[in-house]
Ligand binder design. Structure first.
Ligand code: PEP
Ligand code: MN
Length: 339
């Protein structure tokens, strides 16, 4: 980080900052400009109390140089991370864009096996489906629990698709990891720190969704919690944020994809289902997500959306999925990728 002194700061003010910096175990490098002095601080700035330095006399501001997210940062690790998922070891973050589709919730064996076949047939690489659901109301369908996980595992055995399912609590991490290929951390749990640490301690890929009001740096710091425990297999997922707008359930900020690609080596996936809330908007936003450089798209697809136990309004049908895939493939090819 750099401490920028106010114009007119005297030698004694600079010296005071230098002493503070040294007290925090950092090395200082003072640069005297024509009308301003800055103090560059070298070392692990986590040791420093930024607030204390900012409060020192004649300090204007502190400018961080390295991003606060170390392990997720592209500044620290230059090559892009590829996360291998599922029995076929699909590389999320590689040249091929990965499409993951499936219902919001696992409702029955028949529903999942039928959907899995259609999803596979359409050319997707993963099947999503929640067995544990984080519902706004305690009276809504909460998911089938372990029974649902068993059905998902059966669908993987039949199709080779990677299974993505949400883990809602720390106590379910081992159970979900036993059946699934990718553990999803939902938007509501993005800052459930003990849960992030728990999935950080297992050897399974994690799909981390951005919280509905989380800033980009908070999102990456949540990823940092997982990686800091030793699990580098993190896939970031943008799923829309809450705004004043009402024609959509959430506003899908696709500019985050190129921005994340600038800041982090982790693969980025977009969820246009939760990102819009309406099935008719999903195909267009899938196309846009691929065009802006997402490594993958995760969307909701249900064989009978009208009777879905959750999120029917934003679920496209298997036919809709199939017809969308050809266009996505052309867009991927136009930007030098495959699908
Ligand atoms: C989901 O994927 O079904 C889900 C609950 O997503 P989110 O956490 O983004 O709301
Ligand atoms: Mn859903």
């Amino acid at each position: 980080m750099i401490v920028v002194m106010k114009p007119g700061a005297g030698k004694e003010h600079v010296q005071h900052v230098v002493e503070l910096v040294q007290e925090f175990g950092l090395k200082e490098h003072v640069i005297y400009g024509t009308d301003r002095t800055v103090v560059a601080c070298l070392g692990d700035k986590r040791m420093a109390d930024k607030g204390a330095i900012e409060n020192a006399p004649m300090v204007e501001r502190i400018v961080p140089i390295l991003a606060p997210f170390k392990r997720a940062s592209l500044e620290v690790k230059k090559e892009r991370t590829q996360v291998e998922i599922g029995p076929n070891k699909f590389s999320m973050g590689g040249r091929q864009v990965g499409i993951i589709a499936g219902p919001c919730s696992v409702e029955s064996r028949d529903q999942i096996l039928r959907t899995a076949e259609a999803v596979k047939e359409a050319g997707c690489i993963g099947l999503r489906g929640g067995a544990f659901k984080p519902r706004t109301s305690p009276y809504s369908f909460q998911g089938m629990g372990e029974e649902g996980l068993k059905i998902l595992a059966e669908a993987r055995d039949q199709t080779g698709l990677a299974i993505v399912t949400e883990v809602v609590g720390v106590e379910q991490v081992d159970l979900c990891a036993h059946y699934a290929d990718v553990l999803q951390i939902g938007a509501r749990n993005m800052q459930h720190f003990p849960l992030l640490e728990a999935v950080g301690r297992i050897d399974k890929p994690v799909l981390l969704k951005r919280g509905m009001s989380a800033h980009l740096d908070e999102f990456l710091l949540a990823a940092e919690y997982i990686m800091n425990e030793g699990n580098d297999q993190v896939i970031l997922c943008e799923r829309g944020v809450r705004t004043f707008e009402r024609y959509v359930r959430n506003t899908l900020p696709l500019a985050i994809v190129p921005e994340l690609n600038n800041l982090t080596h982790l693969p980025v996936v977009v969820d246009p289902s939760h990102g819009t809330g309406h099935a008719h908007l999903v195909p267009a936003m899938c196309r846009a997500a691929v065009a802006v450089g997402a490594d993958g798209v995760m969307l909701e697809c249900h064989p009978d959306p009208e009777h879905a136990a959750s999120d029917g309004a934003q679920s496209i049908t298997p036919e809709g999925l199939k017809s969308m895939m050809a266009t996505l493939k052309r867009i991927a090819e136009a930007i030098g990728r495959t699908l």
